[in-house]
Design a protein around this ligand. Structure first.
Ligand code: IMP
Length: 202
């Protein structure tokens, strides 16, 4: 049976990614199955660079195909911040609520209460021979306060979907998993791999 390593230690992501690859009939391995996998610093200038970096390093270390993703929020009024710094915006002292508050504070400092924004996600499957498939997707919305909703994580409480008129933290998980940046990027990837299942093991 074909094997695929999920290059993340985030349990939520492992759940989402496992659901995606279930139909590809591959045995899913986690980073815990690859003790030689390096800890990857996400220092690239784009989400795609970071996903690529992680996928290729893990594929090399495991000698197996590896799937990695990178994601974050971009607010236009903040010139694209938090961007690739989303997970560590404001430094290590902040939690999710603190990072949401910081985004709202910085909007206020720029004299606006809201901003067009989007979540972005890049996913990459890399093979040990260096070949890759990459897909990207975005979820367009508006960032504004106050934070609303108790579902989700990260910047969900301050990101409103204009169609539903609700924040990502107010939408149920089932809805979010249909419309989100990550869901759409993974769906695109599934489409590509479904077309050519032997690509994973040439
Ligand atoms: P990653 O694990 O490097 O991809 O970091 C992504 C960071 O971007 C997370 O820590 C969140 O702060 C933010 N982020 C990415 N996707 C979402 C989402 O769906 N909802 C809320 N925040 C998200």
């Amino acid at each position: 049976m074909r094997e695929l390593v999920l290059a993340t230690r985030n349990r939520g992501k492992v759940r989402e990614l496992s659901a995606l690859v279930a139909e590809l009939r591959v045995k899913v391995l986690s980073l815990d199955d690859v003790p030689s996998a390096p800890e990857v610093e996400e220092t690239g200038p784009t989400f795609l660079d970071n996903a690529r970096l992680k996928a290729h390093l893990v594929a090399q270390a495991a000698g197996l195909p590896a799937l990695a993703d990178d994601s974050g929020l971009e607010a236009d009024a903040l010139d694209g911040e938090p961007g690739v710094y989303s997970a560590r915006y404001g430094g290590p002292g902040l939690d999710d609520a603190g990072r949401c508050a910081l985004v709202l504070e910085r909007l206020t400092a720029r004299g606006v209460e809201s901003s067009p924004a989007r979540f972005r996600c890049a996913v990459v499957v890399a093979r040990p021979d260096g070949n890759e498939v990459a897909c990207e997707a975005r979820w367009e919305g508006i960032v504004h306060g106050p934070p609303r909703g108790g579902n989700g994580f990260g910047y969900d409480p301050i990101f409103e979907d204009p169609v539903f008129g609700q924040t990502a933290a107010e939408l149920g998980e089932a809805v979010k998993n249909r419309v989100s940046h990550r869901a759409k990027a993974l769906a695109a990837l599934a489409l590509v791999l479904r077309e050519d299942p032997d690509w994973l093991v040439p």
